[in-house]
Design a protein around this ligand. Structure first.
Ligand code: MLT
Length: 312
């Protein structure tokens, strides 16, 4: 009987709005990607996708909430490389396992990382920045979105390469961290491109380099770390949608299909590309691709964090 009930529920899915948890503050990169993709998914699903920002503990509060939500397809999470990979080695008592506690829906966007500083930072390019940070790290403030977040993890890597220990200043997301950077309240941060294109273009913050193999069409004047003299620093992040473990397969399939349609929609693509996103195509899309990405990223970041600290 319960299988019959489940099937009936699945056939009518979705019959009410779907909540998409964003584990960081509104206006930041995860929120922006969730709203753009969620917008188009709403059209395919015929129900609104409502964004709920559940912040704290580098995104792990929201991810824990998502794990514990009913597995009926009405709660999903826009997770990322932090919540669903780097948090594992950073939180020994993490309340969820990104691999076993979620059904992967699909990757929504790849998000290149930039080295950013306040506009008055006394360095005109990356090599001056590196010199200055090395000489002054004891007095510098580095902004991030909480232990386990992308900004924390990718700057942990940068700081370990540079062998510096700034004071780190946590925010509930890099949306608010960016405001502090623009307000000259903090000195530098590592952030996803999606959060900063218009600020870099407008000159309200500095972008010293992008940590990808090639320049990004959204910010063509920003050199790669390789071009700017720090080739060791190569890192990028990703956003992806997950449902709680045990969400019925036909429901997860509907969500995956709606995500796929969003990523193929011209207007949605344009919005994401203007923000510098790296759109997943072909076999980088879908449930299998995300399942293997999460596994390999947990492994990769476990090694990186072991080598890079904190505590090292
Ligand atoms: C955010 O949406 O605020 C970011 O993804 C935070 C981060 O992980 O750095």
């Amino acid at each position: 009987a319960s299988a019959g009930v489940a099937l009936a529920q699945t056939n009518g899915y979705p019959s009410r709005p779907i909540t998409m948890i964003v584990p960081f503050a509104a206006g930041g990169p995860t929120d922006v990607v969730a709203r753009i993709v969620g917008d188009h998914m709403s059209k395919t699903l015929g129900q609104q996708v409502i964004i709920e920002n559940v912040t704290g503990a580098g995104g792990t509060t929201g991810a824990t909430r998502a794990k514990r939500a009913a597995n009926d397809g009405y709660t999903v999470i826009m997770g990322h490389m932090g919540t669903h990979a780097a948090a594992v080695p950073l939180y020994p008592n993490l309340a969820y396992d990104p691999v076993t506690d979620f059904e992967p829906v699909g990757v929504a966007a790849g998000t290149p990382i930039l080295i950013l500083a306040k506009k008055d930072y006394p360095a005109k390019d990356l090599s001056e920045f590196v010199k200055h940070v090395k000489a002054n790290s004891g007095t510098l403030n580095m902004a991030h979105a909480g232990v386990g977040s992308v900004s924390y993890t990718t700057c942990l890597l940068l700081n370990s390469i540079l062998d510096v220990k700034p004071t780190d200043v946590p925010f509930k997301g890099t949306g608010p961290a960016l405001n502090a950077l623009m307000g000259n309240q903090v000195d530098y941060m590592c952030d996803q491109i999606v959060n900063v294109v218009s600020q870099v273009q407008g000159g309200t913050i500095r972008a010293y380099a992008i940590a990808t193999d090639s320049r990004n069409p959204a910010l063509p004047d920003v050199p790669t770390t390789k071009e700017a003299g720090l080739p060791e620093y190569k890192v990028s992040a990703w956003n992806a949608i997950f449902a709680p473990k045990g969400t019925p397969k036909p429901v997860v399939d509907k969500l995956s299909d709606a995500l796929d349609k969003a990523l193929s929609d011209e207007a949605t693509r344009k919005r994401l590309l203007e923000l510098g996103s790296d759109l997943p195509e072909g076999d980088r899309r879908g449930q299998q691709a995300l399942a293997s990405l999460v596994k390999s990223e947990v492994e990769r970041w476990s090694k990186v964090i072991k080598a890079a600290g904190p505590g090292n």
